[in-house]
Design a protein around this ligand. Structure first.
Ligand SMILES: Cc1cc2nc3c(=O)[nH]c(=O)nc-3n(C[C@H](O)[C@H](O)[C@H](O)COP(=O)(O)O)c2cc1C
Length: 194
């Protein structure tokens, strides 16, 4: 699969986690596009922004909010490919901000995309064998779900996964939602703070 991993990280915790998720994906033979949302745009994902799976990683900002850079990236993504349903969310936070707000951005983002995958949350930075196992299990579960969905689709005769073609303009895949206008409700990043 072509997998886009996009993450935002201030102090490195989420970057560490994203690297672990990436390692698991690559170990399973998947092709990963890597975007650091704080300093890169979707344009840096190459000529075709469509991917088979989007893994979005974030830290959580004040009172459970989604950081600005991640909201910006999500708007860009929705504008480019529509609102993908193949999204899984991971990230880091701290319970000292209150259980109610712990990793709140993950819940908001998973809700926004209607992600079928429970978010992967890690307190502060990932460390030790327990976290490594948690990350591997989460990533493997997400990948396995995608593989079985693809297999079911192939049996039913649906379109094959997206393939990047250098130099071509991005076109929505038949089974992707039609791209929505930037200012539509779906693309409104304010929903990530609601
Ligand atoms: C201004 C600020 C507000 C924060 N608010 C929350 C919060 O509401 N909930 C939470 O779980 N963590 C909160 N955190 C903690 C960070 O999400 C956490 O430290 C995270 O691991 C940082 O990830 P990073 O190293 O990738 O930037 C906050 C951190 C800062 C700096």
């Amino acid at each position: 699969m072509r997998i886009l991993i996009a993450y935002d990280s201030l102090s490195g915790n989420t970057r560490d986690l994203a690297r672990m998720v990436r390692g698991c994906c690559e170990a399973r033979g998947h092709d990963v596009t890597w975007i650091e949302a704080g300093i890169q745009t979707l344009a840096e994902a190459g000529p075709d922004p469509r991917h088979d799976l989007y893994l979005l990683g974030t830290w959580t900002d004040n009172a459970g909010r989604t950081p600005a850079a991640m909201k910006r990236f999500i708007s860009e993504l929705v504008e480019a490919v529509g609102k993908p349903d193949r999204v899984a969310v991971f990230g880091t936070g701290e319970t000292q901000w209150g259980e109610e707000y712990y990793c709140g951005a993950l819940r908001r983002m998973a809700d926004f995309f209607g992600s079928p995958h429970p978010p992967l949350d890690i307190e502060q930075m990932p460390h030790g064998a327990r976290d490594a196992l948690k990350v591997r299990h989460w990533t493997d579960r997400v990948l396995a779900t995608m593989d079985s969905t693809a297999a079911a689709g192939a049996t039913a005769g649906s379109a094959p996964p997206a393939v990047a073609v250098a130099g071509t303009r991005a076109r929505p895949r038949a089974d992707f939602p039609t791209p929505v206008a930037k200012d539509s409700l779906h693309a409104d990043p304010a929903r990530l703070d609601a």
